[in-house]
Design a binder for this molecule. Structure first.
Ligand code: ZN
Length: 555
């Protein structure tokens, strides 16, 4: 393993104090000569020392034990050392000591000033942090630091850190001073002010610092920011990654749509995964799964339909796609005589028509559910085996479990590859565009229930019918549900506001954030939302006009 692949555990403290214009964060400018982020403004922090995890110093920590700290960080053990390192680095680099007297009292300003003489020997390695705490009878209140962010340096730098970010309120009477060796300047700045200076080129801020400042800018005071961090149910890992494409190598962040696919398909971080979706070119996503995109891009199909080949010696094709010769040939070529099964998530014309050609060429068994009565369907799809909810297709090298997910289409199945917990979502969840719910076969009520159902499944990644792989599946599903419920709420508000509106009056009001050229598609969603509210008993229709149903008084 080369040095650049070794991640060094590190801790960073975002210190916040109340200022006249809102909370201010302490930023330190690193010396240009620093090996890591020279010249940049950063929050105090640094790599963990082995001593940070030793019993002698951990004995001095109150408010959190190693088991709880490790659970918070998602580690098996050793988590509390990050809190120790955060406090130690903050004192060494910024001169601010997040400690308490052994008797439980806060450090007075005078006492903090008096303790400052220990900084130099600590920085020089002449005094051990544990020795200092023992001698001065100080405790480290771990509950004063709330875990807030997880940042892993992108491959390619000389040093890579696995840094945990903490938020703490700056103790009263300690303004900080930089250590004059690694740090050349320090400043307390409102997050927005720091970002503006960064935009003007006056301060160099790296991505993690910018991202953190932008998130903190919304809090009115340090206490609110601290409570927010402390109460976060889960902390996202941000592990920037490289991939290859037409524009050469590019760096990707968690907010980029390619991020999870790059990590999934390139766990060794070689930087060789492709970042573009190119029709006809097979992309190997992992040991078991290869994707070929059909050449049918469009408003409803995004970059084209994803056809997946699953298996090793014998293959299942999931969603063969449209019956376009070039696509069928590309799938057959990638299958290289190994295709045994062809599964369809549903029978829309962009998903199943190539099944017949694949069966003719390979003798594969067709699996799925026949086309329903309504909507634009591939009525020629004739499955040899019809799957129901929960059916498991136990193939020699892998198992696919069918999950019936009506909503986008009444016959829609998702397939869970149990070996890797990859869920093939067809059009139930798409990347990059909103799923169309087109009644009567499309059903908003069923769609939301089908989304909720996925939350009960243990999923690692989603492989949609269109677009890139989608990571953090439960977050994505919750986001989709929230998005639909927000639209539903807007619809109810507009019905009340306009007063017995017609469909045509509702459409532009409810979809005022959608370009008019998309209103024909939005009309189908509006119908779906209205059908759901009527089925829920929340709305009634009379003479083509809609009204809210007053809920009967309870009691
Ligand atoms: Zn579809």
């Amino acid at each position: 393993m080369t040095a650049a692949l070794v991640l060094r555990p590190a801790a960073t403290v975002i210190l916040l104090r109340a200022g006249p214009g809102g909370p201010e964060a302490l930023l330190l400018q690193r010396t240009q000569a620093a090996a890591f982020l020279g010249g940049a403004y950063v929050f105090p922090g640094g790599a963990l020392d082995t001593a940070d995890g030793e019993a002698r110093v951990l004995r001095r920590v109150v408010g959190l034990d190693d088991a709880a700290a490790s659970a918070r960080l998602g580690l098996a053990r050793g988590g509390l050392a990050y809190w120790v390192a955060a406090v130690r680095e903050c004192f060494e680099e910024a001169g601010i000591l997040l400690a308490r007297e052994e008797g439980g009292g806060e450090l007075s300003a005078a006492r903090a000033a008096e303790l400052a003489r220990h900084r130099e020997p600590l920085n020089a390695g002449k005094l051990a942090f544990a020795e200092f705490l023992d001698a001065e009878r100080l405790l480290l209140p771990a509950d004063a630091l709330a875990y807030y962010g997880h940042w892993i340096t992108a491959p390619g730098r000389a040093r890579r850190f696995d840094a945990r970010f903490f938020v703490a309120r700056a103790p009263a009477g300690q303004d900080g001073s930089h250590d004059a060796s690694e740090i050349v300047h320090h400043a307390w700045l409102r997050p927005r002010e720091a970002l503006e200076r960064g935009d003007r080129g006056e301060m160099e801020l790296v991505f993690a610092t910018r991202h953190t400042l932008a998130d903190l800018a919304r809090f009115p005071d340090p206490q609110r920011a601290f409570e927010h961090a402390r109460d976060l149910p889960e902390i996202e890992t941000n592990r920037a990654c490289w991939a290859q494409g037409r524009e050469g190598p590019r760096l990707f962040r968690r907010a980029d749509p390619q991020y999870f696919e790059i990590h999934w398909s390139d766990p060794e971080e070689t930087g060789q995964s492709a970042y573009e979706l190119v029709p006809g070119v097979p992309k190997r996503l992992d040991r078991l799964v290869t994707r070929i995109i059909a050449p049918n891009p469009g408003m409803m199909t995004g970059p084209g339909t994803n056809t997946y080949l699953v298996g090793e010696r014998e293959l299942a094709v999931i969603d063969p796609g449209p019956a376009i010769d070039a696509h069928v040939e590309a799938v057959l070529a990638a299958g290289a005589g190994r295709i045994r099964w062809v599964l369809c998530t549903h029978t829309h014309p962009d998903h199943s028509p190539a099944a017949a050609a694949l069966k003719a060429a390979t003798g594969a068994v067709l699996i799925g559910r026949p086309a329903p009565e309504h909507g634009s369907q591939d009525r020629g799809f004739a499955p040899d085996r019809v799957l129901s909810h929960g059916d498991r297709l136990m193939l020699p090298a892998f198992t696919l479990r069918a999950i019936h997910t009506p909503g986008h289409a009444s016959n829609h199945l998702c397939y869970l590859l149990e070996e890797t917990r990859m869920l093939f979502t067809g059009d139930h969840v798409m990347q990059g565009s909103t799923v169309v719910i087109n009644p009567p076969d499309g059903d908003m009520r069923a769609y939301l229930a089908s989304l909720e159902m996925l939350l009960a499944e243990d999923l690692a990644i989603l492989a949609p019918g269109h677009g890139y792989l989608i990571g953090a599946p439960h977050d994505e599903v919750r986001r989709l549900v929230a998005h639909r419920l927000a639209r539903e709420k807007k619809l109810r508000t507009e019905i009340a506001w306009i007063g017995r509106p017609s469909f045509d009056e509702l459409l532009p009001a409810v979809y005022d954030d959608v370009p008019a050229r998309l209103h024909p598609a939005a009309a189908r969603s509006l119908t779906a939302h209205l059908d759901k509210l009527i089925a829920d008993g929340a709305v009634r229709e009379e003479d083509g006009r809609f009204a809210l149903v007053k809920s009967p008084p309870t009691g």
